[in-house]
Write a protein that binds this ligand. Structure first.
Ligand code: NAD
Length: 488
């Protein structure tokens, strides 16, 4: 672990990169080798105030800027993001640890939101109807909400922020962005490119930090709306605090996503999909399939093949070895937490069918590695089933039939994704209809919607009314005005 010549990240206020006032910093790691690569300033109310003042000052001009001009900023931004696509992907891998292929996929998904934002002139159109009564017409228009804030998690350093500010800005709002303190470098590069695309001063400000900044944003009277993505306890806290302070809030939380495997599912395809879903991005994904509910004999067909495939997986440093299949988790602290869940599963009587602890990566021995792990013979009462582990760990629950499998899924307090593997259309329809989750995969292991559909978490995975992305994204960042006119 080295800490020499490591830069403290700057904040972006009113079009300038400046040093934060605070002297408190936290280390940013390269999870592949455990080295410190930067330090995040842990800002407080002073920096939040500066950002809010800047965003408020920029709001009148920006909200009056014609929508086609706001959209043009996004067209130029897309061009720059494409130009720097590889650099951004490498940065995500460097500070997060996911494989370069996974980083590329996530940056691509983020760019798709910016492309979607370019369609703002169509998306912001209202409705109108003449002659709703004699000589009276009615129409609706959409206007910006005001100053919006976006608070993001560590696991998708590019994609999740891009769910928020491109749509917020193109709708005419100004924005304050607070990235995760664990991954500030991608955020900085994203905003440098936005500035290069012609972002006017103050339209987006970036502050770094953790709890203090989040609480400052949720309570500041100058902020009108808060978008949050992170773990469920913090999402709930943000939702409660910010709504209590009169703000519009969308707060996406954590998840436990169930994958149901029926005996008629194609074993080879299903094993591949489970590997992608449970172990992709080292399991640090709110859409990770972390529980496999296997019906009848499906377990005997799938589990041995799955274990064999996992034995072939290469665990190692994603920043220097393109042949690595499974990268490190984000930090030593997170690795300890994941491993404590393994202890909890063993203590509760689950069968550790594949133990991913004790992986040895000789080239980078200080990286935060955890190999692919499987628990068999688990049940809904166990902590490893109830809580989000957020690591490369799959738990297997065995059930008798589809009805019991759906009941198991619906016992979860979360509700992001639920997935079914089958060749039976009727079973698929029943599952889609009855399962209590907002994003359903039928023979799709990670049913993450594209930019033009909402990222539609339910239950304890989402707090609020309007989700990120899709039409709901535009609705969240605008207020409707209805006008009834009579010209005598
Ligand atoms: P986290 O909740 O720890 O942090 C998220 C943000 O909240 C960060 O910016 C952090 O600085 C801030 N924060 C942390 N603790 C806080 C506190 N006590 N009070 C106020 N602010 C606080 O989440 P994380 O570990 O960075 O990210 C992983 C989590 O995000 C997982 O639970 C994952 O499922 C979830 N996630 C959800 C989605 C979704 O769409 N539902 C998408 C990506 C990630």
């Amino acid at each position: 672990m080295t800490d020499r010549n490591v830069d403290v990240c700057s904040i972006f206020i009113h079009g300038k990169w400046v040093t934060a006032e605070t002297e408190r910093t936290e280390a940013v790691y390269n999870p592949s080798d455990g080295n410190i690569i930067a330090r995040t300033p842990m800002c407080g109310s002073q920096e939040v105030d500066m950002a809010v003042r800047s965003a408020q000052a920029a709001l009148p001009d920006w909200s009056e800027t014609p929508v086609v001009e706001r959209a043009r900023l996004m067209f130029r931004y897309v061009h720059l993001l494409e130009k720097h696509f590889e650099e951004l992907s490498q940065l995500v891998t460097r500070e997060h640890g996911k494989t370069l292929e996974e980083s590329r996929g996530s940056v691509r998904r983020g760019i798709e939101v910016v492309e979607f934002a370019c369609g703002a002139p169509s998306m912001l159109m209202g409705d109108s109807m003449e002659q709703i009564a004699s000589g009276i017409d009615c129409d609706t228009i959409r206007q910006p909400v005001g100053v919006c804030a976006g608070i993001t998690p560590f696991n998708f350093p590019a994609m999740v922020p891009m769910w928020m500010y491109p749509i917020a800005l193109v709708c005419g709002n100004t924005f304050i962005f607070k990235p995760s303190e664990k991954v500030p470098l991608t955020a900085i590069r994203l905003i440098e490119l936005l500035a290069e695309a012609g972002l006017p001063e103050g339209v987006l400000n970036l502050v770094h930090g953790g709890v203090d900044v989040v609480n400052g944003l949720c309570t500041h009277p100058g902020i009108d709306a808060v978008s949050f993505v992170g773990s469920s306890p913090v999402a709930h806290h943000v939702y409660q605090t910010a709504t209590a302070h009169g703000k519009r809030v969308q707060a996406a939380g954590g998840a436990k996503n169930y994958m149901v495997i029926l005996p008629d599912a194609d074993p080879e395809f299903t094993v591949d999909a489970i590997i992608q879903s449970a172990y992709g991005c080292a399991g640090e994904r709110c859409m990770a399939g972390s529980i496999a509910v296997v019906v009848e004999k499906a377990a005997n067909r799938v589990l041995p093949d799955l274990k064999e495939a996992l034995d072939e997986m290469k665990v190692g440093p994603t920043d220097r070895d393109p042949s690595v299949d499974l990268g490190p988790v984000v930090s030593q602290q997170h690795l300890d937490k994941v491993q404590s869940y393994i202890e909890s599963g063993i203590a509760a009587g689950a069968e550790l069918y594949r133990d991913g602890r004790h992986v040895h990566v000789p080239e980078t021995p200080h990286g935060f590695y955890m190999g692919p792990t499987i628990f068999d013979q688990t049940h809904s009462g166990m902590q490893i089933i109830q809580e989000e582990i957020f690591g490369p760990v799959l738990s297997v629950i065995r059930t008798d039939d589809l009805a019991a499998a759906i009941e198991t899924c619906n016992g979860s307090g979360f509700g992001n994704a639920a997935v079914l593997f089958t060749n039976d259309g009727k079973a698929a329809r029943t599952f889609k209809h009855q399962v209590s989750a907002g994003m359903i995969g039928i023979n799709v292991g990670v049913p993450a919607p594209m930019a033009f559909f909402p990222f539609s978490g339910w239950n304890g995975s989402f707090f609020g009314d309007l989700h990120v992305q899709g039409k709901e994204g535009f609705y969240f960042y605008t207020r409707q005005k209805v006008t009834i006119s009579r010209w005598a």
